[in-house]
Design a protein around this ligand. Structure first.
Ligand code: COA
Ligand code: UVW
Length: 331
């Protein structure tokens, strides 16, 4: 079984409740039909009942629960809770009401916060910033974690590198210019995500334009420092840096550029030095190598809310729903 079929089988076995708040987008309905048909999760669609009736077209979403914030009995409680959570930031009851009735992403995150759903998937028609801001503000980080970061689960066809073509690329969605501590944190969280989702041992490469001192620059120093911090925080982890991409994943290049490294040539978790590199890198592999790209998936957050690229397909949404269910089961 390939990666996504394994994930779907795990999602089916735990049957979590996942919110899809982008009821203005046709891909939501196409994905919902498949999720329900395959039994991957129970679904909540958030939106105006009339709009949903109009937008769903011929897709069969009869198995989904429709939640209309304007009429749902829980809305008052969500408003009160949102005010309680955000009053130090100046949120008034009027603002909370306006936000929850007009922005279904906030409503979906409140459903997760209040335990009325296990996770949410959004981002097909909202930017990453607009998708992730509500979860960062409301759900916050998991206990024991300081940072939320975002990764892609990449499945490269006909590829024997990584875990038979399966990789994590991080951070490819959220942290714009992580300092060494944040980069170390991203590496350790990504290793945990790899274990959870791929069920194989993570081998983590801290990527750079330099391998073991071949280039000198402050950007290289940042990755060297991050590698040191991550190795101190997680000494049991197979993690090394700084490595160029070829040294990280091609065994012969790894041996010649970083002799003696257990990671070089065998990495399956690729930690990029900044968001430019991570985001461009995942899109290159997705578009040129025709890889499956699931994400941006969050890690370090108190409950699973995952993002999508606005360029995603309905099939990508189905995959991310299944991944979200598996993350929720692990909470
Ligand atoms: C996600 C993002 C929107 C958050 O930044 P922002 O909107 O400026 O908001 P702030 O920095 O004020 O943060 C909002 C809240 O999230 C928290 N937060 C931000 N980043 C966080 C992180 N990585 N981990 C945990 N919490 C975080 C802040 O502490 C703040 O909490 P508070 O409101 O309770 O004080 C921003 O990091 C971003 O735009 N990232 C890039 C997204 C992107 O464009 N990706 C490319 C396409 S995938
Ligand atoms: C992940 C990402 O790049 O998102 P978008 O394509 O929506 O900007």
């Amino acid at each position: 079984m390939g990666f996504i079929d394994e994930i779907k089988a795990r999602a089916k076995a735990c049957k979590k409740t996942i919110v899809l708040p982008e009821t203005e987008d046709e891909r939501t309905y196409k994905a919902a039909e498949t999720v329900l048909k395959e039994g991957l999760a129970d679904l909540v669609l958030v939106g105006s009942k009339e709009e949903i009736e109009k937008n769903k077209g011929t897709y069969d979403i009869s198995g989904a629960t429709i939640v209309d914030p304007a009429t749902d009995a829980r809305t008052e409680g969500y408003i009160a809770k949102l005010v309680e959570l955000r009053q130090k930031k100046g949120m008034t009851p009027e603002q909370a009401k306006e936000l929850l009735l007009s922005n279904y992403l906030y409503y979906g995150v409140m459903m997760v916060k209040m335990g009325d759903a296990d996770g949410m998937v959004s981002g097909a028609c909202h930017s990453t910033a607009d998708t992730l801001r509500p979860c960062l503000q409301i759900l916050k980080t998991k206990p024991g974690t300081k940072l939320v970061s975002a990764f892609f689960l990449m499945v490269v066809p006909n590829c024997d590198m990584g875990a038979n073509g399966t990789f994590i690329f991080a951070d490819a969605g959220l942290e714009q210019n992580p300092d060494p501590e944040k980069l170390a944190n991203i590496a350790i969280s990504s290793a945990d995500s790899f274990k959870l989702l791929v069920e194989k041992e993570p081998v983590v490469a801290m990527l750079s334009h330099s391998t073991k001192g071949s280039a000198k620059h402050a950007d290289v120093d940042k990755v060297v420092e991050a590698t040191k911090i991550a190795q101190e925080l997680a000494p049991e982890l197979a993690l090394d840096g700084e490595l160029q991409l070829d040294a990280a994943i091609v065994p012969s290049v790894g041996e010649s550029k970083a002799p003696g490294s257990k990671v070089a040539g065998h990495a399956n978790v690729l930690v990029f030095p900044d968001l430019d590199a991570g985001n461009i890198g995942y899109k290159l592999v997705q578009r040129l190598a025709k890889a499956e790209a699931y994400g941006p998936l969050t890690q370090g957050i108190a409950a699973p809310v995952n993002d999508l690229s606005r360029g995603c397909s309905a099939e990508d949404i189905v995959g991310v729903v299944a991944i979200t269910a598996v993350q929720a089961q692990a909470e």
